[in-house]
Design a protein around this ligand. Structure first.
Ligand SMILES: [Zn+2]
Length: 111
C-alpha cells in the first residue's frame, strides 16, 4: 500500500461522509449547509481520483525500475515522468523513465 492509496481511501471515505451529511441536511431548514457539504464532497472526490492516479503511477514506476534492475530494457512510460508532463518535456525528474533525459535535472550528474 502506497501513501497515495491510503490518502485515496481516506478521501473517498471523507467524500462519502460529507455526502451522507448533505443528504441528512437537505430536507431541513439548514439546506444551504448541505450545498457546502456537497461542494466539499466533490472536492474530496477529486482528491481521491488524483490520489488513485498517483498510486497507479507509483506502481508503474516501480515496475519499470524493477524490470530495469533485472536487466530488461523497458520502453519509457508515456508520459516519461510527472515533471516531464507538467513541463511539456522541458524538464524531467530523477525518476524519469526516459533514460535519455533522466539525469538532466540532477546536479550530481555530469551529463
Ligand atoms: Zn521525463
Amino acid at each position: 500500500m502506497t501513501p497515495a492509496l491510503r490518502y485515496g481511501h481516506t478521501s473517498t471515505a471523507t467524500a462519502i461522509t460529507f455526502t451522507a451529511a448533505a443528504a441528512g441536511l437537505a430536507a431541513t431548514p439548514y439546506w444551504p449547509a448541505a450545498l457546502a457539504l456537497l461542494y466539499t464532497a466533490a472536492l474530496f472526490t477529486w482528491l481521491a481520483v488524483r490520489c488513485y492516479a498517483d498510486h497507479r503511477r507509483i506502481l508503474l514506476e516501480h515496475d519499470w525500475a524493477r524490470r530495469r534492475a533485472l536487466g530488461e530494457q523497458p520502453a519509457p512510460r508515456d508520459p516519461c515522468c510527472r515533471l516531464g508532463r507538467a513541463s511539456r518535456g522541458a524538464a524531467h525528474d530523477h525518476r524519469c523513465t526516459d533514460l535519455t533525459t533522466r539525469h538532466a535535472d540532477d546536479p550530481r550528474s555530469e551529463a
